[in-house]
Ligand binder design. Structure first.
Ligand SMILES: Cc1cc2nc3c(=O)[nH]c(=O)nc-3n(C[C@H](O)[C@H](O)[C@H](O)COP(=O)(O)OP(=O)(O)OC[C@H]3O[C@@H](n4cnc5c(N)ncnc54)[C@H](O)[C@@H]3O)c2cc1C
Length: 311
């Protein structure tokens, strides 16, 4: 392995950040699944990110962005792409206050729960339902994370992006956000978001968050290794209900088990692989289609074999 995957020299003086080589991606996903990647770049600032992506484009090398890795299934065989993490982009600040309307800016690598805590402390309403959703702000925006009637894109006003090497911004109307999609165009790096919130009593905001968190803990296996809901809910229905009713709770494939607490969560019980996970997904998809005539679609992002990077 060439140091910095052959890019360190090319980027000399133009990259501030960390370069991890020979990385096991299972150490970077909540599921604890994923093979090797030759390198993971963690730029510390935007110019370094711009230089990195320019260098990659110059070498015709693909890259994949990873946030908290909490919605990902990564191939056991690893990935050919360079992995880029914006975990050093963590700025959070209030940028405008107009009466009860408060505009907050958060960089994409900020843990989503840091933003949620800030809202609780400052008495800002609009994101309470997202309490307990792991991962980063960037990942949440990409997938329009939501729960209990809240979706992050309902509060997002503007997304600062990097696309084709150029910095830009997407306003609300530029994004076609839908259920579990922020409507961010392909090949776009989310750098930060402006989020519109309402001033409220901080005790009330925190009380709502506490109630949602208790509900989440009661109904989801939050302390187990999972990637959240595996399948999207079909229109006007619940994937968990269908999987439960079909009798799949507790079903296993190797080290992966369908949670007994919430049938749309697949748990890594230890030693589970992407192959096990995909086999269980196939069994469920086929069974639900056969029994109910409903085709379940994945909510998780699949990187590698059968997935987005299309190896
Ligand atoms: C216990 C548990 C509970 C969960 N509960 C919920 C829930 O209630 N609601 C919900 O919606 N989800 C839930 N999830 C799923 C997951 O936490 C969310 O989808 C989360 O928003 C993913 O963020 P992440 O940073 O981990 O993204 P990752 O999993 O790292 O990435 C997801 C996608 O976002 C892309 N991405 C990440 N950062 C950027 C960026 N800066 N620019 C462009 N693209 C980017 C990645 O390339 C990838 O395609 C849960 C997961 C777990 C493990």
């Amino acid at each position: 392995m060439v140091s910095g995957c052959g890019l360190r020299e090319r980027l000399y003086g133009e990259f501030r950040g960390d370069i991890l080589t020979d990385v096991m991606l299972r150490d970077h996903t909540s599921l604890g699944i994923g093979g090797r990647a030759a390198c993971l770049f963690i730029p510390h600032d935007t110019p370094s990110l711009v230089s990195l992506l320019k260098a990659l484009a110059g070498e015709d090398r693909g890259y994949l962005l990873i946030g908290g890795g909490t919605n990902l299934l990564v191939s056991d065989e690893g990935l050919d792409e360079v992995i880029v993490s914006l975990r050093a982009f963590r700025r959070l600040e209030t940028v405008e206050v107009r009466g009860d309307d408060v505009l907050v800016f958060a960089q994409s690598g900020l843990p989503l729960q840091r933003l949620i805590s800030f809202c609780g402390e400052e008495g800002l309403s609009g994101l309470e339902g997202l309490v307990g959703v792991p991962g980063t702000v960037g990942g949440a925006v990409f997938g329009n994370a939501g729960a209990y009637g809240y979706e992050i894109m309902d509060a997002v006003q503007r997304v600062t992006v990097l696309k084709d090497g150029r910095l830009g911004a997407l306003d609300r109307d530029d994004m076609d956000a839908t259920y579990r999609s922020g409507g961010i165009p392909r090949e776009t790096v989310i750098l930060g978001v402006h989020i519109s919130l309402k001033r409220d009593d901080s005790g009330d905001v925190r009380r709502r968050m506490k109630e949602f968190m208790e509900m989440k803990k009661k109904t989801q296996p939050v302390s187990e290794r999972s990637a959240g809901c595996v399948f999207k809910n079909p229109p006007a229905d619940s994937a968990a209900r269908l999987i439960d009713e079909a009798g799949y709770k507790g079903m296993r494939s190797g080290g992966i088990e369908i949670s007994r607490k919430h049938a749309n969560f697949f748990i890594n019980r230890g030693g589970g692989t992407a192959v096990d996970f995909l086999a269980l997904m196939d069994t469920v998809v086929e069974g639900i289609a056969r029994t109910y005539g409903v085709v379940l679609e994945p909510e998780i992002r699949i990187f590698g074999k059968r997935g987005e990077s299309g190896r």
